[in-house]
Ligand binder design. Structure first.
Ligand SMILES: NC(=O)c1ccc[n+]([C@@H]2O[C@H](COP(=O)([O-])OP(=O)(O)OC[C@H]3O[C@@H](n4cnc5c(N)ncnc54)[C@H](O)[C@@H]3O)[C@@H](O)[C@H]2O)c1
Length: 267
């Protein structure tokens, strides 16, 4: 591994207490980035930050609910206080709760859209305001939004999640067009089926609503029937693309969403 690939990168990562956020934080730090980990699970991010430091990386953590404007501004300020500036935002926090179309409630809609769509916009604004204030730098500032295969397709049992992920794609496109004048690029990556706590919970919820008969069936069924590579993924499958988007190698890119799904949704 190139331990200097991301040196000089000062990154705020949302939803970093577990799953892909924590894995990407570790991978970034191992390549020389300084990382600030934000999450509603403050004990979780404290633990991940501690482990990164024990491994020789530089990390700090902050309590962050991405839906809260004051907390978003405070998380950006904390990153700047710790590292002197912020030049990358990894906008990763997200939630899901499956329901079939006619069972969708306003509460389900509002909860998912609030975190996945408004939460992403909210933290983008907080980071972009600071990046704009910091002024010119050689390499562009980078905002990386985590989308999903459901940014490009939607399934019958996760329509609201699909709506929220289409909103993430709109934020990538709209953010790119709005923020280039401040030297900020906006891109994203879109995982497919990744075995994290989110998917473990989704698997239980899918059994509960009657989509699958027994635990574990959902991931195996999708791997067998819908993924060209015939396997689901792990956070380790995702971290390389996340690093590329934070690195200077992606400087001439904006407004793009890269699929990392083993060939599940091809457009
Ligand atoms: N797991 C998958 O298969 C999959 C596939 C495509 C996209 N995604 C997306 O990738 C991202 C990471 O997913 P994951 O599987 O690692 O999930 P995860 O549930 O393992 O981790 C998500 C983290 O986000 C945090 N979080 C939730 N709400 C928050 C809020 N309001 N403010 C701050 N933090 C909050 C949680 O505490 C948790 O630490 C999410 O945006 C998810 O939608 C996941």
């Amino acid at each position: 591994m190139d331990t200097t690939r991301l040196s000089g990168k000062h990154v705020l990562i949302t939803g970093a207490a577990q799953g892909m956020g924590a894995a990407v934080a570790r991978h970034y730090a191992a390549q020389g980035a300084k990382v600030c980990l934000g999450d509603i699970n403050v004990d979780g991010v404290a633990q991940v930050a501690k482990e990164i430091e024990q491994d020789g990386g530089e990390a700090t953590h902050v309590e962050l609910n991405v839906t809260d404007q004051d907390q978003a501004a405070a998380a950006v300020a904390h990153t700047v206080e710790a590292f002197g500036s912020i030049n990358v935002l990894l906008n990763n926090a997200g939630i899901n709760k499956p329901l079939f179309f006619l069972d969708i409630t306003r509460e389900n809609y509002q909860k998912i859209m609030e975190v996945n769509a408004w939460g992403k916009l909210n933290v983008m604004q907080a980071a972009a305001r600071q990046m704009k204030a910091q002024g010119p730098q050689d390499s562009p500032y980078k905002i990386i939004n985590v989308g999903s295969i459901l940014s490009r397709d939607t399934f019958d049992d996760v329509v609201v999640y699909g709506m929220s992920q289409h909103a993430v794609l709109a934020l990538i496109k709209g953010g790119a067009k709005s923020l280039m004048e401040h030297n900020i690029t906006v891109n994203g990556y879109a995982p497919g089926v990744v075995r994290t706590e989110m998917w473990e919970q989704l698997d239980r919820d899918l059994v509960e609503i009657g989509k699958f008969d027994k635990p574990g069936e959902s991931m195996d069924s999708l791997a067998e029937n819908m993924i060209l590579m015939k396997r689901y993924s792990y956070p380790e499958d995702i971290v390389g693309t996340a690093s590329f988007l934070a690195s200077p190698e992606s400087d001439y890119m904006t407004g793009q969403l890269i699929m990392i799904d083993g060939g599940m949704v091809i457009q």
